[in-house]
Design a protein around this ligand. Structure first.
Ligand code: ADP
Ligand code: MG
Length: 680
C-alpha cells in the first residue's frame, strides 16, 4: 500500500519569542491573546494543517506537548467553517484536562465557558445548545455513542492525547474507525504527542501523518549515582537545592498521587518556614484530579517577579497540561497505575516505575521556553535496565466489565473479533463476561438482559449500577443512590487535620454508632448534611469535606435523573437498613469475605487474605461476614468501605453463585462451584 505522508515545513529555528502574557502597548487583552496564539509552534503550520484535513478524512497529527494541538486545532477548524454543520468534539483522557483546556479556549475566543465552547465530563455537563467546540473525556464520548450511535451532531472528532492509550480511547479507536466508513462527511483526527504515529496510521488504514516540529531547548538531564531509599525525601531535598543554588525559573515535580503531593507540600512548607527570610519566596502549587478548579487555576498564574514556583503534579502534567515557565523538572520515576489480575478479579492501584517514554516526556517539560534541567531521582542503570520502553496500554491491565457492558449495549456482541489496536488478554475479556453474567447483565448466550440494559445507563462500575438497579426490588433506591454518590466521590469525605486528629476521629465515629458499617455511615453523613439544608458550617463542625459533599450531591442528582430514565421509582426505606444492605449485596456479592481464626479475612471467591481498612467503622468490630466496596493494596491488602452481612443473604440474593454449603460454618475453605460461562 502507499502511505501518504505529509511532513509539513522545515525545522523550527530556535529563536526567542515574546514571553506569554507580556503586554503589548495599546492592545486590548483579547488582541494580546490572539498575538500569544500566534507564537505557538502550531501556528506556522495552520494553513498546511487545514489543507491536509480538507484532503483526507482521517489524519494522524503529531506535535510536541505544549505546541498548541489541543487548544488551537479546534479553533482553526471553527475559523475554517467546520462548525457550520456540526460540532467539533475533542476527547481528553483526563477530566481536569478537558475542563482546564475548555476554559482556556473560551478565554482565547472571548466567549463564556459553556456557550460556544464547553466541556462534558462524568457527572458534569458544561455545554449548551450553542456549543460548537466541545471538550470531553474519552469516556464521555463513549457514553454519547450510546445515545447517538452515528455521532450525527459532530462534523469533526479529535481523539486527542492518543498516546495515553486509556481504555476508553482504545475502545473509541475501534468505534470511530467504523464510523468514518459509515459517514464520509465526518473528519477524524488522531492527535498524539509522541512518535507512535506509525502505529496509529497503520491502524487507521494507512491514514496520512501530519508531523510538525515543536520548540525544544536543550535539557540537561542528570541521574542520581546510587538508588534513593526514600524518593519523597529525595524530591524535597532536590527542590530545596534547586531553590537555593539555581537561577530563577519554576520547578515541576512529578509525584504519584494526591497523598504524596499533600505530604510533600506540607514538608516543604515547614522547611521553607524554617529558613525564614534567608531564602526567596517559594510558591507551592499542587495539581491533581481532585483539586477544586479555583486552586487548579492557580498553577497557570504567572510567577511574581523575584519568586519561584514549584508545581507538585501527578502524571497530568506529563502531556495533558502545559504550565509555562518551567525550567527545572524533578522526576522520582514513579506513577500510580491501575493493575488488574484477571485470575482473581482483583484490581489495585499501585505505585509503579514509569516507562522510558514517560521519563523523556517529563524531562522535555523543562525545555519549553528556555534551556532547562531535569533531575532524575533514579540511576542511569535503572533507566536503561529496569524501565519499560512504553507504558502498557490500559486495556491490557484493567477490569473490562464496564466497557464490555457499553459495547454490548451498542450491539457489539462479537468482542473477541472487535478491531482492537492492541487486544486485551482473552482471559480478561472472559472474566468481564463472567462478571456481567453473574450480575445478571448478560444471559447465558452473552446477550444483554433487561437488567443489563438498565445498568448500562449508569456511568458507573457495573457492580454499583447493579446495586442501584437492585434497589428497586428492595424499595430503597433513595438511600442507595446516596450511597452510590458518596462512594463515587472516593475516599475524601472525612477531613483529618494533623493537629485535630482526635476530634476528627470522634466526629467520624459518631456516624458509626451501632456499628452500622461504612456504607450506612456514608448514608448517615449525607442525610445529616441534607437535614441541615446542606450547611457548610455543619461540615466544618463534623470534619467533613464540603467540596466532596457538594460533588456527592451533584452526582446524586444525576443518578436520580437516570433512575427516572430507566423507570425505577425513587422509594425510601431508611428504617429498614437490612433492605439497603441487601441492595448492596446484590451488587457486590462477589466482594465478600469471611473472618478467619487469626482475625484476618478470606475472600469468598478466589481465596485471598485481606484486612479491614484501619479507618473503617468496623475495624474494631470484626463481624463474621462482610461485603466490601474495593480492595486497596498498601502494606497489606485492605478492604475499604465494609458492611456486615448475613451469609444466608448470599444464597438468597445470588443463588447462582453461592450455595448453602458455601456459607455454612466450616465450609469456608471450599470453593463455590464454577459458574456457567457467558459466551463471547
Ligand atoms: P498541546 O495540546 O500541543 O500539548 P496545548 O494546546 O494544550 O498544547 O497548549 C498550548 C499552550 O496553551 C500552552 O503552551 C500554554 O501556554 C497554553 N495553555 C493551555 N492551557 C492553558 C490554561 N488552562 N491556562 C493558561 N494557558 C494555557
Ligand atoms: Mg494537548
Amino acid at each position: 500500500f502507499i502511505k501518504a505522508s505529509v511532513l509539513a515545513g522545515e525545522n523550527y529555528e530556535d529563536e526567542m519569542l515574546p514571553v506569554t502574557g507580556q503586554s503589548f502597548s495599546g492592545k486590548s487583552s483579547f488582541e494580546m491573546l490572539q498575538d500569544v496564539r500566534k507564537t505557538l509552534p502550531i501556528y506556522s503550520y495552520r494553513d498546511q494543517l487545514l489543507k491536509a484535513i480538507e484532503d483526507h478524512q482521517v489524519l494522524v497529527i503529531v506535535g510536541d506537548t505544549g505546541s498548541g494541538k489541543t487548544t488551537q486545532i479546534p479553533q482553526y477548524l471553527h475559523e475554517a467553517g467546520y462548525t457550520k454543520h456540526g460540532k467539533v468534539g475533542c476527547t481528553q483522557p483526563r477530566r481536569i484536562a478537558a475542563m482546564s483546556v475548555a476554559a482556556r479556549v473560551a478565554h482565547e475566543m472571548g466567549v463564556k465557558l459553556g456557550h460556544d465552547v464547553g466541556y462534558s465530563v462524568r457527572f458534569e455537563d458544561c455545554t449548551s445548545e450553542k456549543t460548537v467546540l466541545k471538550y470531553m473525556t474519552d469516556g464521555m464520548l463513549l457514553r454519547e455513542l450510546l445515545g447517538e450511535p452515528d455521532l450525527a451532531s459532530y462534523s469533526v472528532i479529535i481523539v486527542d492525547e492518543a498516546h495515553e492509550r486509556t481504555l476508553s480511547t482504545d475502545i473509541l479507536f475501534g468505534l470511530v474507525k467504523d464510523m468514518a466508513r459509515l459517514r464520509p462527511d465526518l473528519k477524524l483526527l488522531i492527535s498524539s504527542a509522541t512518535m507512535d504515529a506509525e502505529k496509529f496510521s497503520n491502524y487507521f488504514d494507512a491514514a496520512p501523518i501530519f508531523i510538525f516540529p515543536g520548540r525544544r531547548f536543550p535539557v540537561d538531564v542528570s541521574f542520581v549515582a546510587a538508588p534513593e531509599a526514600d524518593y519523597l525525601d529525595a524530591a524535597i531535598v532536590t527542590v530545596l537545592q534547586i531553590h537555593v543554588n539555581e537561577p530563577l525559573g519554576d520547578i515541576l515535580v512529578f509525584l504519584p498521587g494526591q497523598e504524596e503531593i499533600e505530604n510533600v507540600e506540607e514538608t516543604l512548607k515547614n522547611k521553607i518556614r524554617g529558613f525564614g527570610t534567608k531564602i526567596r519566596e517559594l510558591i507551592i502549587c499542587p495539581i491533581y484530579a481532585n483539586l477544586p478548579s479555583e486552586i487548579q487555576a492557580k498553577v497557570f498564574e504567572p510567577t511574581p517577579e523575584g519568586a519561584r514556583k514549584v508545581v507538585l503534579a501527578t502524571n497530568i502534567a506529563e502531556t495533558s497540561l502545559t504550565i509555562d515557565g518551567i525550567k527545572y523538572v524533578v522526576d522520582p520515576g514513579f506513577c500510580k497505575i491501575k493493575s488488574y489480575n484477571p485470575r482473581n478479579g482483583m484490581e489495585s492501584l499501585l505505585v509503579t516505575p514509569i516507562s522510558k517514554a514517560s521519563a523523556m516526556q517529563r524531562s522535555g517539560r523543562a525545555g519549553r521556553t528556555s534551556p532547562g534541567k531535569c533531575f532524575r531521582l533514579y540511576t542511569a542503570y535503572n533507566f536503561e535496565n529496569d524501565m519499560e520502553d512504553n507504558t502498557v496500554p490500559e486495556i491490557q491491565r484493567t477490569n473490562l466489565a464496564s466497557v464490555v457492558l457499553a459495547l454490548k449495549s451498542l450491539g457489539i456482541d462479537d468482542l473477541l473479533n472487535f478491531d482492537f489496536m492492541d487486544p486485551p488478554p482473552a482471559e480478561a475479556l472472559v472474566k468481564a463476561l463472567e462478571l456481567l453474567f453473574a450480575l445478571g447483565a448478560l444471559n447465558k448466550l452473552g446477550k444483554l438482559t433487561k437488567v443489563g440494559r438498565k445498568m448500562a445507563e449508569f456511568p458507573l462500575d457495573p457492580m454499583l449500577s447493579k446495586m442501584i438497579v437492585a434497589s428497586e426490588k428492595y424499595m430503597c433506591s433513595d438511600e442507595i443512590i446516596s450511597i452510590a454518590a458518596m462512594l463515587s466521590v472516593g475516599s475524601y469525605i472525612f477531613y483529618r487535620p494533623k493537629d485535630k486528629q482526635v476530634h476528627a476521629d470522634n466526629a467520624r465515629l459518631n456516624f458509626h454508632t451501632g456499628n452500622v458499617g461504612d456504607h450506612i455511615a456514608l448514608l448517615k453523613v449525607y442525610n445529616s448534611w441534607k437535614e441541615t439544608d446542606y450547611s457548610t458550617q455543619w461540615c466544618y463542625e463534623n470534619y467533613i469535606q464540603v467540596r466532596s459533599m457538594k460533588r456527592a450531591r451533584d452526582i446524586r442528582d444525576q443518578l436520580e435523573g437516570l433512575l427516572e430514565r430507566v423507570e425505577i421509582k425513587v422509594s425510601t426505606n431508611f428504617h429498614n437498613l437490612d433492605l439497603v444492605r441487601k441492595s448492596i449485596v446484590a451488587g457486590f456479592f462477589l466482594h465478600t469475605a469471611k473472618l478467619q481464626k487469626d482475625g484476618s479475612y478470606r475472600t469468598a471467591k478466589h481465596p485471598l487474605t485481606v484486612h479491614i481498612y484501619p479507618s473503617s467503622g468496623l475495624s474494631q468490630v470484626v463481624p463474621r461476614w462482610v461485603v466490601y466496596h474495593e480492595l486497596v493494596l498498601t502494606s497489606k491488602e485492605y478492604m475499604r468501605q465494609v458492611t456486615e452481612l448475613t451469609p444466608n443473604w448470599l444464597v438468597e440474593i445470588a443463588p447462582h453463585y453461592y450455595q448453602l454449603k458455601d456459607v455454612e460454618d466450616g465450609a469456608s475453605k471450599k470453593l463455590p462451584k464454577a459458574t456457567g460461562r457467558a459466551m463471547a
